[in-house]
Design a protein around this ligand. Structure first.
Ligand code: PLP
Length: 390
């Protein structure tokens, strides 16, 4: 049965598992064009390969990151898996270098999948006093000659911003491929591909979705060879986003810059508020002049903002006292600011850093806030009220 075109202004949700190909000749053409960058509407084959609703959402991300291609996946981790795996060349793979301050899941993936299971030579580059030193990075590049350099534009939970343009320049000088996780900065603040990054990845679960109601990932870039390899890998491993999630992502992305702008503004105001409190010993926000990455962040992001994440440490004479204050703060704000282990949600949410990272960040008073796009006044009164109670 053929369906009529309707005058809808929305993208359709194509829930087809397999698409109708009509005859043997079309089928042969569809299969031979399988990894063509542009899929002809009459040649879709199977939703694990490519799906038109997913392609529509990918086009929105290409516009945002200003790249020539983008591929959506069912999580940020699967986007990271594709971005890295397409460069693995069996036993001949050279060292891969990861900046140490990256998402914990990516650290575990590098350790447990890349190193322990696949036998890759994985190295780490550490900051000193919460700053990545570019001279040390260059000497490590010279010595190690890694094939891949992987970093995040804003790290988690201390929000360290590397001199990202310089990192890419140095990496390119030593012929390394550069992969950047731009989840925290988003293209609203900085576009790594414009500065030469080969692949940009995102957990689209976070700011692109912005509503905490779906899990998705994306990788994007400009090199057609990378696109071909990524399309093939996504198809074979089955890291594909569903049409339903792509539809919701597409819709929610229409408000991305409005939401993120407000989140950056709220975050800056919250950081300014927290810094003034005697009950807080330290605040990490790259927009504060006292943050170790302030100059890198100001240089990269200009006057657009400094992101929507704020981390702080509650003051206390002992670890026990800090823990007591932390628990009291979490309880006092819980009606408005809930403990939800994600970020980029509409409302402000928090996580206790010690409980999530354990020995890596053992300060019991540390709390990471993912600032929402609610009215700032509401946020201020909730936080002020909690600081009075503790
Ligand atoms: N990258 C960053 C910076 C993240 O924070 C996360 C998750 O928190 C991921 C990647 C993984 O994304 P997902 O949870 O969508 O797989």
């Amino acid at each position: 049965m053929k369906r009529k075109e309707v005058n809808s202004s929305r993208i359709p949700i194509y829930r087809d598992a397999g698409f109708e190909l009509y005859d043997a000749e079309t089928t042969a053409r569809a299969f031979s064009d399988e990894t063509d960058p542009v899929q002809k509407p009459e040649l879709y084959i199977y939703s694990r390969y490519r799906n038109p609703t997913v392609v529509a959402a990918e086009e929105e991300i290409m516009k945002l990151e200003q790249t020539s291609w983008a591929l959506l996946t069912q999580s940020g981790m699967s986007a990271i898996d594709i971005a890295l795996s397409i460069f693995q060349k069996g036993k001949t793979t050279s060292p891969w270098l990861f900046f140490s301050e990256i998402y914990g899941g990516t650290i575990s993936y590098a350790e447990s999948v890349l190193k322990n299971r696949r036998g890759l030579d994985i190295h780490s580059f550490n900051p000193v006093m919460e700053r990545y030193d570019m001279a040390s990075f260059e000497s490590l590049m010279k010595k190690l000659k890694p094939e891949i350099v992987y970093f995040e534009t804003i790290s988690n939970p201390m929000l360290i911003v590397p001199d990202a343009a310089k990192v890419i320049k140095i990496a390119k000088k030593y012929r390394a491929l550069v992969i950047v996780d731009n989840t925290f900065a988003t293209p609203y603040l900085w576009r790594p591909a414009k500065y030469g990054a080969d692949i940009v990845v995102h957990s689209a679960t976070k700011y692109f979705s912005g509503h905490g109601n779906l899990t998705a990932g994306v990788l994007c870039g400009n090199d057609p060879h990378h696109l071909k390899a990524a399309l093939e890998y996504r198809k074979l491993i089955g890291h594909m986003l569903s049409a339903d999630d792509a539809y919701r992502l597409h819709t929610q992305m229409q408000t991305f810059s409005l939401r993120f702008r407000q989140q950056c503004r709220n975050a800056h105001q919250v950081a300014d508020l927290l810094v003034k409190s005697k009950k807080i010993s330290r605040v990490w926000y790259p927009g504060l002049k006292g943050h170790p990455s302030y100059s890198e962040a100001a240089y990269l992001f200009g006057d657009k903002g400094f992101g929507g994440m704020v981390t702080f440490d509650l003051a206390g004479k002992s670890k026990a006292e800090k823990r007591r204050r932390r628990d009291c703060f979490i309880k006092a704000v819980s009606d408005k600011i809930r403990l939800i282990p994600t970020l980029g949600d509409p409302g402000t949410i928090l996580i206790p850093v010690e409980s999530v990272w354990g020995a890596r960040y053992p300060e019991p008073g540390m709390i990471r806030l993912s600032i929402g796009f609610e009215e700032y006044e509401e946020l201020e009164s909730t936080i002020k009220g909690a600081l009075q109670v503790i």
